[in-house]
Design a protein around this ligand. Sequence first.
Ligand code: SF4
Ligand code: SF4
Length: 341
Amino acid sequence: MMKISLKNLPELYSFIAKKNDLYLPIFKAGQVDFAKWDKDAIVDLNKLKTTKSAKDVFFPQSQDLVRFEVDGKKISIDEPIMPTNKQVIFGVKACDNRSFELLDMAFVEDYPDTFYEMRRANTTIVTLACAKPDEACFCKAYGIDAADPKGDVSTWIVDGYLHWMPNTDKGIELTTEVKDFFELDMDNSAVENQQSEIRAIIDRLPYSNIDLSKFTPDKLLELFNSPKWKALSEACLGCGTCTFVCPTCQCYDVKDFKTKTGVQRFKCWDSCMFADFTKCAHGNTRPSQMQRYRQRFMHKLVYFPSNHDGVYSCVGCGRCVQKCPQMLNIVKVIKTLGEDK
Ligand code: SF4
Ligand code: SF4
């Protein structure tokens, strides 16, 4: 393991940013989100959870796909600019890091999304252990260890130092490039003590041992037809906040925007909570908010695991627990439907 004093981190950022687009948790407009670093950026590595998740780095909120230029009867196509830049994302928490594996299942495994795939291939992920998980966190329920966050490089902030440990070939490559900024750290005890403290906090959190055993593919129809969805969803505003902050939500739309000289086709986040989501000529396949609400949670807890060897499409980050204006969230669903055993 190696370590660097926190006061020397700006020099490290500056060095990494010479060859890579460097993304960090950055304070801007009243909140902290992952954004591209520059020397004026206000980096906040102490923030437990960015408001939006880290998924934007691979799956941006809006992405230009192709442009059609129309000149009379002539149509020309401008090839899209592919994301070839090397990227480093620094300060990713264990839950967001796991979410990338879930997004890979959606965007790489069956029908690869070239833009997403290229960004994933070009990116080195530097994770950071969560020094103080909060009461909305329940990553442990999904087998995620916030004290050992994995990624290409794992880091821990303890006593004024950032401790650094590479895990993969990409991580070793980055470590070789930046090694002159670090000193060797032969004593792992500071990190090990912090890991024990983190795990002790997590064991005491209210949702850490939430019971997911009810959510199995063989219970699909029973869960789908539960009369409890009505009361669970009644207060839902269909605002989509839960989906936009969620690291594993992956719904998107492809739209055309008419420019002065042609058409710009772009891809943008969408939400299964919106009334016009997947609206077709014949109308909407899920006309009520109850159906839309049920879809979101059935997808995360039953449909996705059915198609992916039992892996849930939730990482327990707790963002929906904290951000829903109506205090509706996945924990409430798990607890309410889980009681039906
Ligand atoms: S569950 Fe909450 S955050 Fe999600 S759409 Fe409904 S009201 Fe909005
Ligand atoms: S459903 Fe909620 S807790 Fe689960 S990953 Fe999404 S925002 Fe986080």
